[in-house]
Design a protein around this ligand. Structure first.
Ligand code: GDP
Ligand code: MG
Length: 177
């Protein structure tokens, strides 16, 4: 990378993981297209979306992978994880069961990935203040214990969505450059 600063193209594969219906597809839709789908179907998911980002005046491409609903059947394949350098592990702050699954997803990620994957734990749907079942402190504590970054987001009102993706990409860039 040092010899061709001008033309160097950084391409980072980042995977979205977490239980069904936590908002993975909507986080990507918000980030890449500034869209939100109130009644999104698992079938709308694209395989991956490439998003240009800028770090230190350098162009970085984030290739963000979304599931097509395979997580419902616990059938996310190793091809999905292959070559990933970053991950957003998403749960829904209004459904504790999805937070309870975080450990399983982390295992899955570590089993299938060939390197240390920069991972951010994402508590999505933080707009649902009334329905909150997982506190911010709990999310933070789990992330810290497992060596993950942490953020709470809302794909609905856009809170922290860009920040979540930017954090992962920045950290990957920092490690690899
Ligand atoms: P996925 O299965 O993890 O990809 O989840 P989806 O993105 O398909 O979202 C599942 C459901 O949650 C859809 O009805 C979305 O409209 C809704 N949803 C996603 N993100 C948010 C959010 O931040 N806030 C709220 N209130 N609903 C959301
Ligand atoms: Mg989806």
């Amino acid at each position: 990378p040092q010899t061709q600063q001008q033309t160097e193209d950084y391409l980072f594969k980042i995977v979205l993981i977490g239980d069904a219906a936590v908002g993975k597809s909507n986080l990507l839709a918000r980030f890449a297209r500034d869209e939100f789908h109130a009644n999104s179907k698992s079938t709308i998911g694209v395989e991956f979306q490439t998003q240009k980002m800028e770090i230190n005046n350098k162009e970085v491409k984030a290739q963000i992978w979304d599931t097509a609903g395979q997580e419902r059947f616990r059938a996310v394949t190793s091809a999905y994880y292959r070559g990933a350098v970053g991950a957003l592990l998403v749960y829904d702050i209004s459904r504790r069961l999805t937070f309870d699954s975080v450990g399983r997803w982390l295992n899955e990620l570590q089993t299938h990935s060939d390197m240390n994957v920069v991972t951010i734990l994402v508590g999505n749907k933080c707009d649902l203040k009334e329905g909150r079942e997982v506190t911010t402190a709990e999310g933070k504590a789990l992330a810290e214990a497992q060596g993950m970054f942490f953020i709470e987001t809302s794909a609905l009102d856009s809170s922290n969505v860009n920040a979540a993706f930017q954090k992962v990409v920045n950290e990957i860039y920092y490690i690899l450059s």
